[in-house]
Design a protein around this ligand. Structure first.
Ligand code: ADP
Ligand code: MG
Length: 633
């Protein structure tokens, strides 16, 4: 007896704050939603110290009179619900009446508000749950809320906050989730007094996306539109060729509210299935409009989850909306078509040359070409001296190593990097015609490329069919791994570092893993709150790297890694990624020399007939198999 007590209101608020105010970004969410509910057309956000020091949200909405102002910070005080019935037809973003009370319980809160029809503004302050009565002051129509020293009253929670950059990244993401749903409202975001986002009001969702993420992302998006009986699905979605390495790019809004919903996610995944690599994710901005009575938004403190009255119906509508679009659109990969042109062949050659110069790096400079934009100096690897060695106009596979091969070099169990000069492939090639130097390392093989994707090779006892990408990837992986045991990978500094826009919350990982990245010959640096400059790449990647795609994929990998941090796996994963990106692709035509070169390196990777992803590189058929198939015996 006498053990149970009713908690004092200040403590109740503090407990409630734990639910809806998890970090600075949650404060931004609540304040911006309040501004929208108040009919604001322009909302200006300022953040300092990742939101720990200050969050200020200023709006030009209806404002509050002193009586409402005093009530606004009380628990369960809201102007948005009147009766329990209202809960089943919620039209506003807020309704629980706990955000301001919660914030007041864990931070220093100051609100200045002036109704549009009033001459005077009123100010109210709350500190540690204790408020001052409203008093008149100067201020523009609308409401400005300032939150300082977040969690000063809850040190335990303060400890859970991450770096300023990470917290600012969460805030940016929060802004995206709100601003994408409200293109008609103007937003600005200032971080440490620097303007990070300016989103002018627009009627056009694509424009809003372009303003936030850049025109490269917005441009290719396909419009979606479907109206069911009481569900409408609209939005913009990327064609499958524009997939990403992270699931973050799935933006789903239900009646204007950002949500995560497994039924909708499943429908999206289903629609893209077989159109994109299962390990990649689509870019989707999807808006579901539904009778508020058919969806319960009151199932989660931050309202990020919903409960459908008929989830199957919603699933079906989303799936149909996307599927119809994909069925009626031309979805060819824009880069796939001109596979046979000279420029492309040139790039493939460069890739091969870069590959061999990398492979030969142990023993000294190997030939490598520097594409335009590459500084010939300031390299950490051997290819600077090598850039002079090759005429850029006539890229050539390097000649076989001449007589001066060192003893240690000759003793290496693996064949040298250089391919034999004689085309060892094709009908004319026999063991008699192959250059002796090459023959001593790799027996000449009859091989042809089919469908620009597979090599069919005659073997001692039959034939082998080789997946050119898988094999090259495997070879590169082994080469790079061996080299990493003793060296850093050779890097090439880029004269004009490409700058890539990325979500701000991805930047922290760069600093965290800078050492690992440097080891791999990668140098990236933040070039603003939302962009990364690529300063150096491993030489193996030079010919192939599409900086945009590369940086995005890299950051996605790092972010995913952060979720399951195991130091040994990161290097492996990144190597994997480098090898995959540097390798020739299915669709790349190869010259006989290139085929020979690839096959000559095969022994490096021979010990494993699988590419790093676990797929086989080679299928074999023996003469006996053939005889059996042809019923010769
Ligand atoms: P809720 O949004 O769930 O109602 P809040 O604690 O966020 O609860 O806000 C309490 C009340 O304060 C709101 O219902 C609204 O009447 C008022 N209010 C809060 N922010 C603003 C604002 N920016 N402009 C006008 N009124 C506001
Ligand atoms: Mg609210």
């Amino acid at each position: 007896m006498g053990q149970i007590r009713i908690l004092p209101p200040a403590l109740v608020s503090r407990i409630a704050a734990g639910e809806c105010i998890e970090r600075p970004a949650s404060v931004v969410k609540e304040l911006v939603e309040n501004a929208l509910d108040a009919g604001a057309r322009q909302i200006d956000i300022a953040v300092e110290d990742g939101g720990r020091g200050l969050i200020r949200v200023a709006d030009d909405g209806v404002g509050m009179d002193p009586e409402d102002l005093a009530l606004s910070v009380r628990q369960h005080a809201t102007s948005k619900l009147r009766s329990a019935d209202d809960l089943f037809g919620i039209q506003t973003l807020g309704f629980r009446g706990e955000a301001l009370a919660s914030i007041g319980a864990v931070a220093r809160l100051r609100i200045v508000s002036r109704r549009r029809d009033s001459e005077v503004a009123y100010e109210l302050c709350v500190e540690g749950g204790t408020e001052t009565p409203p008093r008149p002051c100067h201020g523009p129509p609308g409401t400005t809320v300032e939150v300082r020293d977040l969690f000063f009253a809850v040190p335990a929670r303060r400890k859970f906050l991450r770096t300023n950059q990470t917290e600012s990244g969460h805030i940016t993401e929060q802004l995206a989730r709100i601003a994408l749903a409200q293109p008609g409202v103007g937003f600005t975001l200032r971080v440490q007094d620097r303007l990070v986002h300016r989103l002018p009001p627009t009627a056009d969702l694509r424009q809003r996306i372009a303003d936030f993420y850049g025109p490269e992302l917005a441009g290719p998006l396909l419009p979606i539109e479907r109206s069911g009986t009481d569900v409408q699905v609209t939005g913009l979605v990327a064609p499958p060729s524009e997939s990403r390495g992270s699931g973050k790019w799935e933006y789903v809004f239900v009646n204007g509210r950002y949500v995560r919903d497994r039924f909708v996610s499943h429908a999206i995944k289903e629609a893209y299935r077989s159109l994109i690599d299962p390990a990649r994710f689509p870019v989707v901005f999807l808006f579901i409009t539904i009778d508020p009575a058919a969806v319960d938004v009151n199932v989660h403190p931050t309202k990020i989850e919903v409960r459908w009255r008929d989830s199957n119906y919603v699933h079906g509508q989303v799936l149909a909306a996307l599927r119809d679009k994909f069925l009626t659109s031309r979805l060819d990969h824009p880069l796939r078509a001109p596979r046979d042109d000279a420029e492309h062949r040139d790039r493939v050659r460069q890739a091969m040359v870069a590959f061999f110069s990398q492979a030969g790096a142990r023993s000294g400079p190997g030939p490598a070409r520097a594409p335009a934009g590459v500084a010939p100096d300031a390299v950490t690897g051997p290819s600077a001296a090598a850039t002079a060695g090759l005429d850029p106009q006539t890229p050539e596979i390097p000649a076989p190593r001449a007589a001066g091969v060192s003893a240690s070099e000759a003793a290496r169990p693996v064949p040298p990097a250089q391919p034999p000069r004689e085309p060892a492939a094709g009908a004319a090639a026999t063991s008699a015609t192959a250059a002796p130097a090459a023959a001593s390392y790799a027996p000449p093989l009859r091989a042809i490329q089919i469908h620009n994707a597979y090599l069919v090779v005659e073997t001692d006892d039959g034939l082998a069919i080789i997946d050119q990408h898988a094999l090259h990837e495997r070879i590169l992986y082994e080469e790079l791994r061996q080299r990493l045991e003793t060296h850093r990978l050779a890097a090439q500094r880029l004269l004009i570092p490409p700058v890539v826009r990325v979500p701000a919350d991805r930047l922290e990982a760069l600093e965290l893993h800078a050492e690992t990245l440097a080891h791999l010959g990668l140098e990236l640096a933040a070039a603003g709150p939302n962009s990364v400059a690529l300063h150096a790449v491993p030489t193996v990647l030079l010919a192939r790297v599409d900086p945009e795609q590369f940086v995005r994929d890299l950051l996605d990998r790092l972010a995913e890694h952060a979720a399951h941090p195991r130091p040994d796996t990161l290097l492996h994963e990144l190597l994997d990624m480098l090898a995959c990106k540097a390798a020739v692709k299915a669709g790349d035509p190869l010259t006989p020399e290139e085929i020979a070169a690839l096959l000559a390196r095969r022994t490096t990777a021979e010990r494993s007939s699988h590419c790093p992803h676990g797929r086989p590189t080679t299928l074999r058929l023996t003469l006996r198999d053939l005889e059996r198939q042809f019923q010769r015996r």
